[in-house]
Every structure is written in structure tokens, then in C-alpha cells.
Design a protein around this ligand. Structure first.
Ligand code: EPZ
Length: 417
């Protein structure tokens, strides 16, 4: 296994470009099952999860290619089974359920296990599909779904589930009649998926709001589409600039989609200014103050930025709190940050952070994607050397991170553990 080694204490300076969004590319890649004819997606990041998704598409009978950041895919002979060996490495594979039920009237998808941050059930997905006419049984760890022809339905999610909204959106594009999704997720990545489906001929309105309406169509046509930039990668660089007291020009930054993060960073004393070539980020006057954060569904503060903001608050003047309301176990980075000198106390799903003068480098263990990003950012600012182990977690969601950070002055390299 690899680890990332960081010699901290260097201020980052210069331009840094954001790659395409992992969480937009994953559902859009699986939506490529739906249209007839070839599809080409641009700005697709070269990440572990993307390669895993392409492997799934191959297993499902698609012909795919991945040159640079362009993926082309065409369905040849569609299969209906997503195997456990693959699904266990990436739970987003469950997003093939909607397209397969819509196209084949049957799907066998391994029930995705939980992960470090929570149980991650898919009950809301299944309940919605049952309303559209599907029946399911659980057979040796596989969800086996069947339906004649999916029918449009009036669906109301108990929770605005991102994956659930995406799964139903894909299925509804093909279902007979109209589907209304109430309490739909409003995340930008859901909007990007809807825009891709519309580019292929789907009839969708209300995406980006809590009520999405879909008129099923008999077929979709392959198209070209550019995936949106990754707002969480962009937010991570904003934190890295402030953490190291440097100045970064973040290029291809989805600034509007980061409003709740920008609001909190500005309250902490970070300056973020949009200009011609991107967003310029630095500390406004050297000092940072603590803030209170509660993670919420979009447009609230994103849970995927929680670990990174916690890291920044470790060096702020004063105290702040973070309440994690989306996932039940998303504080795995806390003890690792404490090993680097942070002062963080946990009480249930709330963390109380008291800023400290400095953090010191240490060997630390990554546990999930965003926790690993927060440990890298902490290592950039800490005095001395930090070894972030199990860096495969990071490779799921950050394209060429060490190259991008080195290009703006960081002393970071990869080593065998
Ligand atoms: C997506 O996960 C993202 N993943 C996550 O990003 C992100 O943290 C999450 O949305 C919230 O924004 C991808 O897009 C691939 P949810 P998803 O369904 O779809 C509960 C990252 O770091 N729930 O909105 O799984 C669930 O347990 C990853 O890039 C049910 O109870 O999120 C959780 O508590 C991590 N039943 C909450 O809803 C269900 O059927 C949010 O889940 C579905 C979800």
C-alpha cells in the first residue's frame, strides 16, 4: 500500500486547476447504459472510482474507452448483474439499478455494504422503485429486482437522498408516464446528471429544486457531454490556501455551487475573490476565527467538506463546533488530527474544536476519502513530516493530488508503506 509523505510548513502559492467532478461523473457514466448509440463524456477525472465504474460498464456489456479525460461508451449486449466483488469496492454501483430496471425489467445488484462513514442503506431507492412497479427480493446478498415496464409514480423521499434521486431520475426517464420526485436532492451533481439525460432526449424539469418532474420517453440518443468541475476538490484547495497562509488561484472553480462553504470560510477570515482566471483565495488578515457548522443537504453546508473545515478550525483563534447530521460515523479523522496536536472533543455527532498555535507532523491513517484529504491538508501546515497511510482512499476522489500540490510549492511525495 502507498502512503503520502508531506514536509509541512510551506505556504502554497499559484494557480491550481480543479478536475471534473467524481460525484457527477459516476451517475452520468452509469446513465450511459440508457441511450442508444455512442456517448462521449469529457472532463472525466482519472480516479479509482471512475476506473471501477468503467469495469462495471464492461461487465454489464458496454464497450468503453478512456483517453485522457474523455470516456466513450456504447451498449453492445446489456447484462443485468453487478457482481459483489465490484460493488463492495464502490457502493455507487447501486446506481445501475435504475437504468437496468428501466431497460431490461430486471436487475441483480449486490447489496452495497456499509463503509467507514456509515451504514449507507438503499431502502429509499427500493421503496421508490416499488412505487414504480418493481418487486425485489434479497437473495444471497444480492438485490434482485423485477418489473414488467416501470410506470411513472408520485414519489416522496423521507430524506433528500442524492443517490436515490439519481437512481429514480434515470429510471423515470424511461418509465411510462409522468414521475414526480418530491423532497428530491438538489445537489449540483444531480443537476449535472439531469442535464446529461436531457442532452440525450429526456424530458426533465425542476432539477435543482425539491420537486423534479420527468415525462418518460421511449428512447434516448447518445450525445457528447462535459462533466461539471468538482466542487469538493475546489473547496479542499480553498482550505489548503488558508491553512498554509498562502494564496491560490483556483481555476475551473464551481464558485456558485460552493456558496455555503464560501460563507463559512469568509466568516473564519478567509478572502475569496472571483476574477478572470478563477477564484483567488488567501487569509484576509492573517488570523482565522472559529465558526459553528452543521452539515445539511444542498444548499446547506456539504458533509463532504466537514473534515476539511474541521482541519482549518484546528488552527483558528478560539473555538468552533461541527455537527455532522448526514452520516452517523464521519469523525474518523478526529483522532488522527488530535495526534497532530489538534484540540478536538467529540460529543455524539458534534465536535468541539479549540484552535491551537501549531500542529506537528506525525504518521496518520486515512479511513475514508474526505478524512484522507483533511489529513493531507493538516500535514501541509504542520511542522515537520506527516506520513498519511492507506492513501488509496484519497485516490478514489482526487486526481493527481500530489502533482497539483507540488506545483504550488508543497513538499509532498508518494512512498511504499
Ligand atoms: C452521495 O452519497 C455522495 N456520493 C457522497 O459523497 C455524499 O457525502 C452524499 O451524497 C451526501 O451529499 C456520491 O455521489 C457517489 P445520500 P449517497 O443517499 O448518494 C441516508 C464522497 O466523499 N440514506 O444522500 O450515498 C444515508 O444513510 C461521498 O464523495 C438512507 O437512509 O448519499 C445517509 O445518512 C461520501 N436510505 C444520508 O441518507 C437511502 O436509501 C445521505 O445519503 C439512502 C440514503
Amino acid at each position: 500500500m502507498d502512503k503520502l509523505v508531506i514536509e509541512g510548513g510551506v505556504s502554497l502559492n499559484g494557480p491550481i486547476r480543479v478536475s471534473g467532478s467524481k460525484n457527477a461523473a459516476l451517475p452520468i457514466l452509469l446513465a450511459c447504459i440508457l441511450p442508444e448509440g455512442p456517448v462521449c463524456l469529457h472532463n472525466v477525472p482519472r480516479l479509482r472510482d471512475i476506473h471501477t465504474t468503467l469495469k462495471l460498464l464492461d461487465i454489464l456489456g458496454c464497450e468503453t474507452s478512456f483517453e485522457g479525460n474523455t470516456v466513450c461508451s456504447e451498449v453492445k449486449d446489456l447484462k443485468i448483474e453487478a457482481p459483489y466483488d465490484l460493488v463492495k469496492t464502490m457502493r455507487a454501483s447501486v446506481l445501475c439499478l435504475g437504468p437496468l430496471l428501466a431497460l431490461k425489467g430486471e436487475a441483480k445488484v449486490a447489496l452495497p455494504g456499509g463503509c467507514a462513514i456509515g451504514a449507507r442503506p438503499v431502502d429509499l431507492h427500493l421503496t421508490a422503485f416499488e412505487q414504480m412497479g418493481a418487486t425485489f427480493d434479497l437473495d444471497s446478498g444480492y438485490i434482485h429486482g423485477k418489473c414488467d415496464k416501470l410506470k411513472g409514480a408520485h414519489i416522496h423521499f423521507d430524506f433528500p437522498t442524492v443517490g436515490g434521486t439519481e437512481n429514480v431520475l434515470m429510471a423515470a426517464s424511461f418509465a411510462e408516464g409522468e414521475t414526480i420526485i418530491e423532497n428530491a436532492a438538489r445537489e449540483p451533481e444531480v443537476v449535472d446528471l439531469a442535464n446529461f439525460l436531457i442532452a440525450c432526449g429526456a424530458k426533465i424539469s425542476g432539477h435543482g429544486t425539491s420537486i423534479i418532474t420527468v415525462q418518460g420517453v421511449p428512447s434516448l440518443k447518445g450525445s457528447n457531454y462535459k462533466v461539471m468541475p468538482d466542487r469538493i476538490e475546489a473547496g479542499t484547495y480553498m482550505v489548503a490556501a488558508a491553512m498554509t497562509d498562502g494564496e491560490l488561484l483556483i481555476q475551473d472553480c464551481p464558485f456558485q455551487e460552493l456558496e455555503s462553504v464560501v460563507y463559512k470560510l469568509r466568516k473564519m477570515g478567509v478572502s475569496l475573490e472571483e476574477e478572470e482566471g478563477g477564484v483567488r483565495v488567501r487569509r484576509a488578515n492573517g488570523l482565522l476565527s472559529g465558526v459553528d457548522i452543521t452539515t445539511q443537504p444542498y444548499p446547506g453546508f456539504p458533509t463532504d467538506m466537514q473534515a476539511q473545515l474541521m482541519t482549518l478550525m484546528c488552527l483558528a483563534n478560539g473555538a468552533g463546533t461541527i455537527e455532522e447530521k448526514i452520516f452517523e460515523n464521519r469523525f474518523m479523522h478526529v483522532q488522527e488530527l488530535v495526534r497532530m496536536g489538534a484540540n478536538i472533543k467529540l460529543k455524539g455527532r458534534t465536535a468541539m474544536i479549540r484552535g491551537v498555535e501549531r500542529m506537528t507532523g506525525a504518521p496518520v491513517m486515512a479511513s475514508d476519502l474526505r478524512a484522507s484529504a483533511s489529513l493531507v491538508v493538516a500535514g501541509l501546515a504542520a511542522e515537520g513530516r506527516t506520513d498519511v497511510q492507506r492513501i488509496y482512499h484519497l485516490d478514489r476522489g482526487y486526481e493527481k493530488l500530489e502533482d497539483k500540490l507540488s506545483a504550488v510549492g508543497a513538499k509532498v511525495w508518494r512512498e511504499k508503506e
